[in-house]
Design a protein around this ligand. Structure first.
Ligand code: ADP
Length: 362
């Protein structure tokens, strides 16, 4: 893929000497390109509001916020999420490079290695990656919209079939007795399919723009989820404890859905013992980790990553689900800038943990 060389660079680096050196190199490569400088991450974020910026170079090591958090924030802001970003560092440590790439940098260069050849290569590679990301996002959006509309259109004829099967069963006295179980089966399968469609609609509808985020009290979201599930909790004899959870920025209804799905699963995948579900949180710098712990059947090692894939039910082969709940949860957490994983609980059962950005009270 050949890309036009960027015509507007943004350099974010607190060290003026390094900024000047990088600027000189870029000038030599693209004499007409505009080069904007920012001496702090905050200034960098302000400059990023300029839509003409086509490539960003970020110093890894800056006071108050390292370059990696800045990349993370660029990737979670709709206007900048596809921008090519090159991380420039004072070290050539592999661990730093891996961290930078994992958080969304396209390329990584150590300051000692910067010359016109390496810089040119890094810029082209970053442009290619950014183009691939853009294409993947547009394909995903098209697919999501197709899934949403297809699921939506399937719902009304299906409701008709389920409704008619129900009417036939309950109103037709002349119906042969042996036909009734078949009608009951049609109704049951229809309801199962309707719930699959509801899940598909939810799956296709989880993309939220951070621009729509608002402060969310996670304690209230977890409590609301538990109260929605009150009947299931009572029926299973479950006990849910919710510790003091902090606030985050996000989409309240979707974060509530995260708790609903995780509590529902903790009840669904229980042992013979009454479900004990504990929801707690721990602050980790500018993030919070929320743990939802249960005493259920646990998730075998080899399924621990797979269960977050759409339609993957691990070892479960009953009719109790569709394998979409955790993929919806994962998508919601990721659109909030966090990640989710599952570990065995020390006393048996599982701990589902996810991270979110901590909202600091002013
Ligand atoms: P569903 O529950 O509809 O099958 P999910 O995506 O919510 O779909 O979960 C995927 C699979 O992960 C489940 O089928 C089950 O095998 C496993 N699983 C999820 N939550 C738990 C849990 N708390 N304990 C044990 N296994 C779980």
């Amino acid at each position: 893929m050949t890309q036009a060389f960027p015509q507007h660079f943004l350099i974010i680096d607190d060290d003026e000497v390094d900024r000047i050196a990088l600027k000189r190199r870029l000038r030599a490569m693209a004499p007409k390109a505009a080069i904007t400088e920012a001496a702090s991450p905050l200034d960098g974020l302000k400059e990023l509001e300029n839509p003409s910026i086509e490539c960003v170079m970020i110093d890894y090591d800056m006071p108050f916020c390292n370059g990696v958090s800045l990349v993370n924030s660029i990737r979670h802001t709709p206007a900048t999420r596809h921008l090519p970003v090159i991380m420039i560092t004072g070290t050539d440590e592999v661990a730093v490079a891996v961290e930078a790439i994992q958080q969304g940098a396209d390329e990584f260069l150590s300051k000692a290695d910067v010359n016109e050849t390496t810089l040119g290569w890094a810029i082209h590679s970053a442009l290619n990656r950014s183009e691939l990301r853009r294409e993947a996002a547009s394909r995903e959006a098209a697919l999501r919209s197709f899934a949403f509309h297809a699921a939506h259109d399937l719902k009304s004829p299906l409701n008709g079939i389920v409704g008619l099967a129900n009417v036939l069963q309950h109103t037709m006295d002349s119906l042969p007795a042996e036909a009734r179980p078949f009608l009951a089966k049609i109704e049951e399968q229809g309801r199962h399919m309707a719930s699959l469609i509801d899940n598909l609609l939810a799956f296709a509808d989880t993309e939220q723009s951070p621009a729509e985020f608002e402060p969310v009290d996670l304690t209230a979201a977890a409590q609301q989820a538990a109260s929605l599930l009150d009947a299931d909790i009572r029926e299973a004899g479950a006990h849910v404890t919710i510790s003091d959870l902090p606030k985050t920025r996000g989409h309240a209804a979707q974060l509530e859905r995260v708790f609903t799905n995780l509590i529902q699963n903790a009840i669904k995948y229980r042992t013979d013992a009454a479900p004990q579900i504990a929801i707690s949180a721990e602050a980790l710098g500018d993030q919070v980790r929320v743990d939802v712990r249960d005493n259920g059947i646990g998730v075998p090692d080899h399924l621990r990553e797979r269960i977050f894939n759409p339609l993957d039910r691990g070892d479960a082969d009953d009719d109790a689900g569709h394998g979409l709940g955790l993929s919806i949860v994962k998508r919601i957490i990721e659109t909030h800038g966090g990640r989710i994983w599952c570990q065995p609980a020390p006393e048996g059962g599982s701990v589902f943990s996810f991270t979110l950005i901590l909202l600091r009270e002013a």
